[in-house]
Design a protein around this ligand. Structure first.
Ligand code: NAP
Length: 248
């Protein structure tokens, strides 16, 4: 019997964890549909992995609808990865637009995609769909200046746990992957393109790389269908907590 090719959808695949996840899922034999706002980057990736590049802004309901309309009727894996942090202001000095944009991408975006893909995950060609949400250690901890982001990732954790109850009995697995420091474009985006400030986040320590997180995602989606890995927290050895890092 010829095995069915699984279909995977990865949001935020134009960079970092999402791009590396798309590569590893393609290596596992999945047909990967990659979405993000920067289409040129996606097209280069799609060519490399023989996937499909589609523009996606998870903050825009119409964009989500258009993206999903172009997907096959059956989707095996959805990796809700699009998101990130903006700024590092204390609550008393919060920049409202940062908080709104973070909420819209990390939280509402993830919920929009989960809602839109639910009927397709139910029809997974392998018989069991898999939702993988990318949270963060910010889903478990807080730190000064981080409330806009940690509140979002705490909300992601609440959504993941709620879905596990709401979809109980449905043929869909649900996993949350919670990384610590991973060197991607994350800090560059957080600090509005300030490369020096972004580099200082990883100075004197060895952070994770995107492939470390993609490895974990590849592993959870390749467990036998009756096994659900609920949650994995992954940090660099040099990190004890969100704000506590050993530097040489
Ligand atoms: P990254 O290199 O900045 O990648 C973020 C990705 O999200 C990009 O592909 C970006 O693509 C996409 N994205 C952002 N807003 C979007 C939107 N509105 N619609 C569609 N795509 C959007 O950062 P990363 O580290 O890989 O981050 C990936 C995920 O991991 C995020 O959820 C982040 O919160 C989480 N995370 C990261 C770390 C870390 O230390 N790096 C730690 C814990 C959790 P476009 O700009 O092209 O749209």
């Amino acid at each position: 019997m010829i095995p069915v090719q699984r279909c995977a959808v990865v949001t935020g695949a134009s960079s970092g964890i999402g791009a590396e996840t798309a590569r590893q899922l393609a290596r596992q034999g999945c047909k990967v549909y990659v979405g993000a706002r920067r289409l040129e980057r996606l097209q280069a990736l799609a060519e490399e992995i023989q996937g499909v590049a589609l523009t996606l802004d998870v903050t825009d309901t119409e964009s989500v609808r258009h993206f999903v309309d172009q997907l096959p009727e059956a989707v095996d894996i959805l990796v809700n990865n699009a998101g990130g942090a903006l700024g590092l202001e204390p609550v008393a000095e919060m920049e409202e637009s940062h908080w709104q944009r973070m909420w819209d991408s990390n939280v509402l975006g993830l919920a929009r995609m989960s809602k839109a893909l639910y009927p397709r995950l139910l029809k997974a060609s392998s018989g069991v769909g898999h939702l993988v949400n990318i949270g963060s250690i910010a889903a478990h901890e807080t730190y000064a200046g981080g409330a806009g982001y940690t509140a979002c990732k705490h909300a992601v954790k609440a959504i993941t746990e709620t879905l596990r109850v709401e979809w109980l009995g449905k043929p869909i697995r649900i996993t949350e992957i919670d990384p610590g420091l991973v060197e991607t474009e994350f800090s560059l985006v957080r600090f509005a393109g300030d490369a020096e400030r972004a580099a200082s986040v990883y100075a004197g320590m060895e952070p994770l790389v995107a492939a470390d997180i993609a490895d974990a995602i590849s592993w959870v989606v390749s467990r036998p269908a009756h096994v659900n890995i609920d949650e994995i927290i992954i940090k660099p050895r040099a990190q004890a907590r969100a704000g506590l890092v050993h530097r040489n």
